[in-house]
Design a protein around this ligand. Structure first.
Ligand code: SF4
Ligand code: SF4
Length: 268
């Protein structure tokens, strides 16, 4: 799922797993320092956006407008925000500062994985979270062969990746479900908008939950309601549950009985 930052660049065609080892180290003193932050195609996952918008103290819609450009999930019609490069600065990432990444502690998961491309099997069953990886070797990157050998599992820990994979799991599940429908099933525009709002524009999704007839349709406990008002991760999880329920009938949210009886379920 986490593709190389620039898919036109070569990927060494070796499939790796969590126990495979790599030898890689990135250092400010290398001549290639920050080259990987130019001319790349970095997509943002839902949890990337939460971390970045919180760091920059921006609302999600403002963040998306300022820093992203529309993209599509590979081999799918589902939207994904891509980091918008700064043309006047040699197509640099907007978060690149003079000393390197200015959002380092909250950098996107694809930056954390680099030089590894990570993916999930494209079958539908992700319950075992079986992952595969590949090593990306780009000509300009001088970090290969440096530093201590470590397994991919150690690399993931070292780069702070586990919470990203954990909080993006619901997003991956929705994408794989959509892919399992095949390319000939057209997704209506309104559905694409729902997906975009619930996965990426969380502040808009919160307004939607609190101000539309959402709470008249779905039985959301008071405790959960209070949680989503202040916790973006809890709000994101509600978004995943809503999408799985409305798009795929997965029943993750309970309908309020009177609404079911009236058989008039309409989301504004
Ligand atoms: S977010 Fe940071 S590490 Fe990632 S491309 Fe931008 S500057 Fe580089
Ligand atoms: S070693 Fe690779 S990842 Fe590190 S700065 Fe150089 S190009 Fe970027």
């Amino acid at each position: 799922m986490y593709a190389p930052k620039d898919s036109k660049k070569p990927i060494v065609p070796v499939r790796l797993d969590l126990d495979s080892t790599i030898c890689f180290s990135c250092d400010k003193d290398l001549a290639c320092f920050t080259k990987c932050c130019h001319n790349n195609s970095t997509f943002l996952t839902p949890y990337d956006i939460i971390r970045l918008k919180q760091r920059l103290q921006m609302a999600s819609d403002e963040f998306l407008l300022t820093y992203t450009t529309p993209g599509k999930v590979e081999a799918s019609d589902l939207p994904v925000p891509m980091i918008r490069l700064v043309e006047e600065k040699n197509n640099a990432c907007p978060f690149l500062g003079e000393d390197g990444c200015s959002v380092y502690e909250d950098r996107p998961v694809s930056c954390r994985y680099y030089p590894i491309a990570a993916g999930l099997f494209h079958n539908f069953d992700i319950s075992d979270n079986e992952s595969f990886f590949a090593l990306v070797k780009e000509g300009h990157c001088l970090g290969h062969g440096l530093g201590q050998e470590m397994t991919i599992a150690q690399w993931r820990e070292n780069q702070g990746i586990p919470p990203y994979d954990e909080h993006n799991k619901g997003w991956v599940e929705i994408i794989l479900r959509r892919k399992s429908l095949g390319p000939f099933v057209e997704i209506p525009e309104k559905t694409l908008q729902m997906f975009f709002m619930a996965c990426y524009n969380l502040d808009a999704f919160k307004r939607f939950v609190l101000k539309s007839n959402f709470l008249k349709i779905y039985n959301i406990s008071q405790e959960r309601l209070e949680e989503i008002k202040t916790d973006d991760v809890a709000l994101l999880q509600l978004g995943y549950d809503w999408l799985m329920t409305t798009l795929f009938g997965a029943g993750r949210l309970e309908l309020i009985e009177q609404v079911v009886e009236a058989e008039q379920i309409e989301v504004d």
